[in-house]
Design a protein around this ligand. Structure first.
Ligand code: FES
Length: 109
């Protein structure tokens, strides 16, 4: 019988989920956006400390249009058609200054 090991997780302030599925982007744009997060978060200081943002990939949010799609939790903010430049603005305005960029939001809880 395999012994269960309790998983561990670092503390985080927010979580960003990026869809890397191929129904909302056809050429790997979601994965490329996810891959860009590490460097962008390090530069913004979001990779550690009180504002740390946990990065997560998802294969489908069930909203398969106009990706790349992002979700920021626990805020319940869902973004569409996000490029690397738009991500920079989301990092600055939403993740660092608590102001979602409403023009790219397609859903709020
Ligand atoms: S494949 Fe991205 S939301 Fe479905």
């Amino acid at each position: 019988m395999t012994e269960l090991i309790k998983p561990k997780m670092m503390n985080y302030h927010r979580q960003i989920l990026v869809c890397v599925g191929d129904r909302c982007t056809q050429n790997g744009e979601g994965q490329a956006l996810y891959d860009a997060l590490k460097e962008k978060f390090e530069k913004a200081g979001l990779n550690k400390g009180d504002l740390r943002v946990k990065k997560t990939r998802a294969t489908c949010f069930g909203s398969c249009k106009s990706g790349p799609l992002l979700c920021i939790q626990p805020d319940g903010i869902w973004y569409y058609d996000i490029t690397a430049d738009k991500l920079d603005r989301i990092i600055d305005e939403h993740l660092l200054n608590n102001q979602p960029v409403m023009e790219w939001v397609f859903h709020q809880r």
